[in-house]
Design a binder for this molecule. Structure first.
Ligand SMILES: [Fe+2]
Length: 260
């Protein structure tokens, strides 16, 4: 039998062992040297895996921090981002999206309104309906969001969700008025609108769920993508769409995405 320590930065984190060498002789000192080299490779691989994990965690923590920043800017959202995330994932489940798309959707849902950080306080916090000029400034948040996120290459994949979540399938949305809307943006659009309709704002009382659903169905194929609305309605019937006003911070972890 031979054993070799697995060391990371001088600290032993484990031991590897080889037993019952095939052949007539037992293990030689050369075998042990070779085995130690192998143990060093194992240590490097484990260390790399740990560093990768750390980078991933930093990435998610940074995204959560950005999402929290939006919530803090807008005093009336009261957990909007979290609910949009929840509704979007319920739709994704009904549409049986793959893990990779679901992961991108998750990040996109959390960051969809990141551009609101760049909207002035008197518009963002206004407790009355906005004027036309204010509406066009507010609508600019999709472009501002892209401006912010484009600085993070690892978040490039969330740009379509941010840019297109206010587009309409009939081409009358903004910012581009395009009918070619990526699926992630079509999902966020439904989740976002449902939450907007059902949430009470200082100047407007939130509508009950059944009326909000009616609104989504009426505008299905015009403002919203029909299959996405259908998926949302199915999710609601299954009890996956519930309202909550929790102000807990947004938790975004890799494990959560995989277990979803
Ligand atoms: Fe938005």
């Amino acid at each position: 039998m031979i054993c070799a320590p697995v060391k990371i930065h001088g600290k032993v984190i484990g031991v590897i062992q080889a037993i019952n060498r095939i052949g007539v002789t037992g293990f030689t000192s050369d075998d042990l040297k070779l085995f130690q080299l192998f143990a060093n490779q194992v240590a490097i691989a484990l260390d790399n895996a740990r560093l990768y994990e750390e980078v991933q965690e930093t990435f998610y923590a940074t995204s959560e921090a950005l999402a929290e920043a939006i919530e803090k800017r807008d005093p009336y959202t009261g957990g909007h981002t979290k609910r949009v995330l929840k509704y979007s994932l319920a739709i994704a489940e009904e549409l049986v999206l793959d893990i990779e798309t679901t992961e991108t959707l998750k990040l996109s849902a959390v960051l969809h309104d990141i551009g609101k950080i760049g909207i002035t306080d008197n518009i963002l916090g206004k407790d009355a309906p906005l004027t036309d000029t204010e509406v066009s400034e507010m609508n600019n948040h999709t472009k501002l969001g892209v401006e912010i996120i484009k600085h993070v290459p690892q978040l490039k994949k969330v740009i379509p969700g941010i840019r297109y979540h206010h587009e309409r399938v009939d081409g009358f949305g903004y910012p581009e008025g395009t009918k070619k809307i990526p699926l992630i943006a079509r999902i966020i659009s439904v989740a976002d609108t449902f939450d907007a309709i059902t949430t009470t704002r200082p100047y407007r009382k939130g509508l009950p769920i059944d009326l909000a659903l009616k609104e989504l169905k009426t505008n299905s194929g015009k403002q919203f993508d029909r299959p996405v609305v259908n998926a949302f309605v199915r999710a609601q019937k299954k009890g996956k769409i519930t309202r909550n006003r929790s102000k807990n911070s947004i938790k975004l972890t890799k494990t959560e995405i995989i277990s979803h």
